[in-house]
Design a protein around this ligand. Structure first.
Ligand SMILES: Cc1cc2nc3c(=O)[nH]c(=O)nc-3n(C[C@H](O)[C@H](O)[C@H](O)COP(=O)(O)OP(=O)(O)OC[C@H]3O[C@@H](n4cnc5c(N)ncnc54)[C@H](O)[C@@H]3O)c2cc1C
Length: 438
């Protein structure tokens, strides 16, 4: 197994239970991958998620693991989006009012109806089988939005939401991928989405899973070379060589680009590894002396036509006097944010939050943390996005693997981009390999 994120750890546990002799090789000095809870430099008792954060009520595979390891979840504020603010063209509006403006609700409904109509024809397991798959894959989510000729306020809201959801500009999202995501089974009710986090921090889950796997998990072991033939694999990692019957690549494709494969991967597989990027996502979390945004029923959930795009409160699921706001930067703006030094990225986000919330500037502390995932060598971006034209060639490759090599990870699941996706992919691959022989 390559990678001790949720996908690799899930597959590792399942395969161990199925009698396999498992080794999970992890490049970093810690497990969890894109599940990373940040506690420093915040005041005692505060924490935020640098990566995977919110859990939907329909994320049953993840929630089953949370229960299995004796962890609990804590609920985020109900209806946080409606109780937040929308900053547009220099003015701050209660989001509920913004949504009630003529053209906004209607525009959002028209978009959802148009996407749902495309989705009804798509089998999420086999998006390549839909009629006219090629033109659909070549079109982008932005093309669909353009066709609807939306009111500018609705278009801004949808662009911002979709950019945040896909961690990419709508023009960089294959419409076939967007339709697959809309078709993937999930509970789309507002109260079910982004409803909770793991109490004490999401990293408690990968840590508990790794503890059960014990010394089967090898840290500080970046895989650099993979030999493979019809009988098995030989993997160089962290100065040691490991032989195995199968290899599960439970890591994003970007870090695999520097791994030597011998023999070279078949062209379709190599093209997928080198062509399919993750989207771009960066977070900046800032500590405030008070939760000034909680006046009335304020949730801190912020939508803005500024580079930060979205912000919310990581402290909306647990009690504390002080509060945190996380800016969630995605798409082109996240690419630009990744090119800044950490302190510049923090200062930039702080300036934008001050612009939206002038009353918060005096409450802002110097305790802040940031992660630009594009800069992380063993990740290389946020989460999966298939660009126009990529779904048809890449999806079947990710699902089939090659020879003795299989792919796991959120980017290989019908519902992509979630912690749930990673867990489902781990279960899927382990099930496909079945019980150990003999
Ligand atoms: C900013 C951000 C926000 C997100 N928000 C949410 C959210 O709110 N809710 C949600 O459910 N999900 C969210 N996600 C997505 C979620 O975090 C991921 O889908 C999930 O954690 C991916 O797990 P994984 O196991 O597929 O990959 P990873 O977690 O990336 O694990 C892969 C592992 O492979 C290791 N690795 C890479 N290369 C090598 C190598 N050569 N040798 C050995 N090891 C290697 C890496 O170090 C890593 O530990 C977010 C992600 C980001 C980045």
């Amino acid at each position: 197994m390559v990678g001790a994120g949720l996908a690799g750890l899930t597959a590792g546990l399942d395969l161990t239970a199925a009698g396999w002799d498992v080794v999970v090789l992890e490049a970093r000095p810690a497990v969890g991958g894109r599940v990373r809870t940040v506690r420093t430099p915040f005041s005692a008792g505060l924490h935020a998620e640098a990566g995977g954060e919110s859990i939907d009520r329909s994320h049953h595979a993840l929630l089953a693991l949370v229960g299995r390891f004796g962890l609990t979840t804590e609920d985020r504020q109900v209806d946080k989006i409606h109780h937040g603010v929308t900053y547009w063209r220099g003015r701050r509006h209660p989001t509920a009012e913004f949504l009630a403006a003529p053209g906004v609700a209607v525009g959002c409904e028209r978009f959802e109806a148009a996407l749902d109509e495309l989705a009804t024809a798509v089998d999420p397991d086999h998006p390549e089988r839909v009629a006219a798959a090629e033109p659909l894959d070549r079109r982008s989510l932005a093309d669909l939005l353009d066709d609807l000729h939306l009111d500018p306020m609705a278009r801004f809201l949808l662009d911002t939401r979709q950019r945040g959801f896909f961690n990419a500009e709508p023009r960089h999202v294959s419409l076939l991928f967007a339709a697959q995501q809309a078709a993937a089974p999930a509970d789309h009710a507002a109260a079910a989405i982004s409803a909770m986090r793991i109490a004490g921090g999401n990293d408690r889950l990968p840590h508990a899973m790794a503890e059960e796997l014990g010394d089967r998990v090898v840290l500080d072991a970046p895989v650099t070379r993979i030999e493979h033939d019809a009988d098995g694999v030989r993997v160089d990692a962290g100065g040691r060589t490991h032989d195995g019957a199968w290899l599960v690549l439970a890591c994003p494709l970007t870090p695999l680009r520097t791994v030597t494969f011998s023999p070279a991967l078949p062209a379709t597989v190599a093209d997928t590894v080198h062509g399919l990027d993750l989207g771009s996502a960066a977070k900046v979390t800032i500590e405030y002396r008070t939760r000034f945004w909680e006046t009335g029923e304020g949730s801190g959930y912020t939508v803005a036509d500024l580079p930060i795009g979205l912000a919310w409160s990581p402290t909306d699921s647990y009690g504390s006097e002080r509060g945190l706001l996380s800016a969630y930067v995605t798409g082109d703006a996240a690419g630009a944010a990744a090119r800044l030094a950490d302190d510049e990225r923090i200062a930039d986000a702080a300036r934008q939050l001050d612009q939206i919330y002038p009353e918060g500037a005096a409450q802002r502390t110097l305790h802040a943390a940031t992660t630009a995932w594009a800069n992380e060598p063993f990740t290389g971006g946020g989460y999966a996005v298939f660009r126009p034209g990529q779904m048809l060639p890449c999806w079947p490759v990710l699902r089939a693997g090659t020879g003795r090599i299989r792919f796991a990870g959120e980017h290989t699941e019908t519902l992509a981009g979630y912690m749930e996706s990673a867990v489902r992919s781990g279960h899927r691959v382990a099930k496909a390999l079945g019980p150990a022989p003999g």
